[in-house]
Ligand binder design. Structure first.
Ligand SMILES: O=C(O)c1cc(=O)[nH]c(=O)n1[C@@H]1O[C@H](COP(=O)(O)O)[C@@H](O)[C@H]1O
Length: 267
């Protein structure tokens, strides 16, 4: 999906909500366990209940890969089930020598048909560029992450600036705002205004609202740009909003609350 279509979808739905399908077999309602593919049965119900409220689904591959071949099958069924007009993210955090990155990119863009994949930029330019070589596809590069450990490397100073600022600015120069997004954690709202100044045009994928305690209001006030420029992810706070037979209704209510709040910030 290209930038123009994504921005149009956000405007139409008045939503920049990304729902994270971090589907944990231990956490899904017990009545689904008798299905042939319980993870897909859960995802299908969540997608049916929320697809008009969000603009993106993010599939964190860890929750699928840990199930071996069955997990990859659940992932494939899920990504194929997501409507074509919704932006899909493979949250796989890949990045390797160029030759290998090319095959990671093929895996997620061609074999599974995702619109985007999250990319760890630590190995540098030749590890990221292969993800930028696929027309209409996106690399979502780790910028300033939501976790405590972001202090260990990302928030160290290189001269006058933080390492994450240098990483984001340099990485941005390898592609464009039409094929590169950055992960900026919702728990890092104090830094978001400065990051927005550094990168006025890029989309940010913002995880960390809900279970990690980030504020949708703060991130929206500081991060929105003229083309919206934000995809805010919530995983556990939406998909595990309920745990009974009506879990999908509860997920819908949680997604609706985020969408309503977003619609206020979009005016
Ligand atoms: O790349 C990510 O999506 C990501 C980056 C980051 O800095 N923090 C972060 O939480 N994530 C992912 O975003 C999701 C957050 O899940 P919840 O905390 O349940 O909403 C998980 O899939 C994380 O792996």
């Amino acid at each position: 999906m290209n930038r123009q279509d994504l921005v149009q979808l956000i405007r139409e739905r008045k939503s920049y909500l990304c729902i994270g399908l971090d589907t944990d077999i231990q956490k899904i309602p017990k009545h689904l366990l008798s299905h042939a593919d319980p993870i897909f049965a859960f995802n299908k119900a969540i997608i049916d209940a929320t697809k008009d409220l969000c603009v993106s689904y993010k599939i964190n591959t860890a929750f699928y890969e840990c199930q071996g071949i069955r997990g990859w099958e659940s992932l494939q069924r899920t990504v194929e089930y997501i409507p074509d007009d919704i932006f899909t993210i493979a949250d796989a955090k890949r990045g390797d020598i160029g030759n290998t990155s090319t095959y990671y990119a093929k895996t997620f863009f061609e074999t599974y048909g995702f619109d985007s994949v999250t990319v760890a930029p630590y190995m540098g330019r030749d590890s990221v560029e292969p993800f930028l070589a696929f027309p209409g596809k996106w690399a979502i590069v780790l910028g300033l992450t939501s976790n405590e450990g972001s202090k260990d490397f990302q928030q160290t100073k290189i001269g006058e600036r933080f390492l994450y600022e240098q990483v984001m600015q340099t990485t941005a120069s390898w592609g464009s705002a039409d094929n590169t997004m950055f992960v900026v954690g919702a728990t890092q709202s104090a830094a978001v205004a400065d990051i927005r100044k550094l990168l006025p045009d890029h989309f940010f994928l913002v995880p960390g609202v809900g279970a990690q305690g980030g504020s949708l209001k703060e991130i929206s006030e500081k991060g929105l740009n003229k083309d919206v420029g934000l995809l805010v992810n919530a995983s556990r706070a939406v998909i595990y909003a309920g745990n009974g037979e009506d879990f999908a209704d509860d997920a819908r209510k949680a997604a609706q609350a985020y969408q309503r709040e977003m619609s206020q910030y979009l005016v």
